[in-house]
Design a protein around this ligand. Sequence first.
Ligand code: GAR
Length: 211
Amino acid sequence: RVPTAVLISGRGSNMVKLVEAARDPAYPAEIALVLSNRALVPGLVYAEEQGIPTAVVESRAFKGDRAGFEAAMDAVLARHGIELVALAGFMRVLTEGFVERWQDRLINIHPSLLPSFRGLDTHARALAAGVRLHGCTVHLVRHGVDEGPILAQAAVPVLPDDDEAALAARVLAEEHRIYPAALAWLAAGRVRVEGDLARVDAPGASASLAN
Ligand code: GAR
């Protein structure tokens, strides 16, 4: 099983789903570390309760020194023998250096159907744009924010009475479904990267995750 770190900044509900999936001994990734850039967040408490190794590298302590922050993270990742990194609500933008060091071994979940709505406040922006479909994307991380080869997406309807919270909850349920699947594909070596595209060699990899 591939030693994997999950990087969080807060609630950590996606991390919980990865941990739950990895309880199955047949799951190809092992969650060997939960790393947060903020102390005392709910996700860290959960991981500690589960007996998963945790670490905090406080981004606040590295104000204006992103390279220093990432060097500290890299040291922790190396100490835990990490081979794959899954960003799960990790709210710091990573430098090109970090992204290149972890090229094709670094994935992210984003709460929109990329390439629509990169960045923050995706649900409010989807409502403001009047889109009828919204969703989430798991992708390999590249230098541009929320850019990189797509591994999995799931779509949900936007309903007439939706507010931000209702839409976010509908999307989050899909995040919890596709993230464990996408991490498994990557850990199992089923992802082939061809330029800007990722090809996934897994049964139903494109169809089964669409609603
Ligand atoms: C999730 O919706 C995730 O997609 C989003 O933050 C939330 C974290 O929730 N990520 C981003 O917006 C990344 N820019 P969680 O901590 O409960 O997994």
